[in-house]
Write a protein that binds this ligand. Structure first.
Ligand code: NAP
Length: 182
């Protein structure tokens, strides 16, 4: 049995990075990082696009799938340990998990924008952290569907996810998390 869970921190206006594709310090938060890194330690596999490696001292221990269109289906990764490069057009998620030897457990999806959107029909849970004091004008949204008429919450609700209670991660910094579940 697998569970697919997403993890992100967004600005008040629903952005994950600035217009240059970089994550600004205004949405980086130590308490959120602890929440995120601890969750990844319990995941069976971490899934992300080519620019969204989580980093940190425990990253090399984690098994991971990195999405890229530069290959037909699968390729070994010469840079990161325990990693398979994967193009979802060429092979299913189940095939990718089998190839990496992943059994039961949590599939942790950690971005970026297109990857978060790709899994919208499949999330069992989505952990939406927010840095409420930060805005990123001209930034890059968490989902491709976010825009003037759609917040991240609207997008999650459209995909049949429902919010749980807001939990403060760092109240002084205005950082909290809401877990949305199917
Ligand atoms: N705030 C947060 O929580 C958070 C979370 C994640 C990322 N970020 C930030 O967001 C920025 C990166 O965003 P991004 O959207 O450019 O990153 P990304 O998804 O990590 O990387 C984009 C690349 O991933 C591959 N890719 C994406 N979707 C794919 C698909 N459906 N099929 C095959 N390959 C796919 C492509 O690689 P190829 O070019 O090799 O084909 C694409 O160029 C970084 O600054 C990162 O730190 C922030």
């Amino acid at each position: 049995m697998h569970r697919i869970e997403g993890y992100v921190i967004v600005s008040a206006d629903g952005m994950i990075a600035d217009g240059k594709g970089e994550m600004p310090p205004s949405i980086r938060n130590d308490a959120d990082q602890r929440f995120f890194q601890n969750a990844l330690d319990h995941a069976a596999v971490v899934v992300h696009g080519r620019h969204s490696h989580e980093g940190g001292p425990r990253a090399a221990r984690r098994r991971r799938l990195i999405l890229t269109r530069q290959i037909a289906a699968f390729a070994p990764d010469s840079v990161h340990p325990n990693t398979l490069l994967w193009n979802p057009i060429g092979a299913s998620l189940d095939a990718a998990l089998a190839r990496l030897g992943i059994g039961d457990g949590i599939i942790a999806v950690i971005g970026g924008t297109e990857v978060f959107s790709l899994f919208l029909p499949q999330y069992d849970a989505f952990h939406l952290s927010r840095a409420a004091n930060a805005t990123i004008p001209g930034g890059q949204p968490v989902f491709t569907e976010v825009g003037p008429n759609a917040t991240p919450e609207d997008v999650l609700a459209r995909h049949a996810l429902k919010p749980g209670p807001r939990r403060d991660l760092d109240s002084a910094a205005g950082v909290s998390v809401v877990t949305w579940q199917r």
